[in-house]
Design a protein around this ligand. Sequence first.
Ligand code: TXA
Ligand code: MG
Length: 306
Amino acid sequence: MADAAQALRQGGLVAFPTETVYGLGADAESDAAVAAVYAAKGRPARNPLIVHVADRDMACRYGAFSASAQALAERFWPGPLTLVVPRRENCLASALVSAGGETIALRVPGHDLALDLLRAFDRGIAAPSANRSGRLSPTSAGHVMEEFLDNPHAPVMILDGGDTRIGIESTVVLCAGGSVTVLRAGSITAEQVNAVETKHQKQGALLSPGMLESHYAPRALVRLAASAPQLGEAFLAFGATGITGETVRNLSPSGSLEEAAHHLYAYLRELDALGLPAVAVMPIPEEGVGIAINDRLRRAAADRGL
Ligand code: TXA
Ligand code: MG
């Protein structure tokens, strides 16, 4: 852990597990280190990064928290919730993490390795998901290795925490201008956010630059709402089905949405690696974390023209 913190101090990239997906971490206060994250991912500079912090005190070094933002942080941190708040005056975080804007995304991850690293480093760590831009997010250290093979900006170290518990990225919530807007669905649902904050508004998607792109895409084409695979298709099933085979994975035979989220990216990776032209995906109920799963699947299936 001391070596990892030292690597960050020297401007190196360190990949680490969180409860959602693996992050590609850099010193959030160093322009050069944050620039290396964008370079490693091939990420457009207009798409800002989440700064991970050890606790609410560290978050307040960077962001200005409204009463709503404070209430959400108190309720859900550490955990899979990212709060986008105005940068505070004299915020030391690199302007690059905000893509030049006036807000900053902050999160206290619910994972011991991530928290140990943050405490050892004693500074915010800018960390997008540790995948090349637009590809599937990594839920194991092995996935991170696959993403950065032969990449000159590959992380100098990967902290291996095994498979991530949740498997799908954090819920992103904008708290600015007196309102609270869910920008990205996650395992914390809009209902749960609403229960804490009633001034929630919809239609926030365009405010989160990362949501403009085709994202979370495997190489294979993705066909949604399939009841069975067609010729040349791998099959991603959900719930009780009679369909099995080498080209089939079942996200949760028992129909658990949490289990499905946990397996989603790993199974898409496995099916993608078969090299078939397409992956057919069964319908997933649009409730709870199913909302976030469907959000990612729709993006995976979206036009790749962008
Ligand atoms: O679970 C997660 O959130 C993972 C782990 C590593 O923490 N991180 C992650 O980061 O998914 P990334 O960069 O792949 O996604 C961050 C999302 C993007 O959609 C980005 O546009 C949005 O958060 N975001 C970051 N800063 C923002 C800001 N200042 N305003 C609006 N959206 C922002
Ligand atoms: Mg990502």
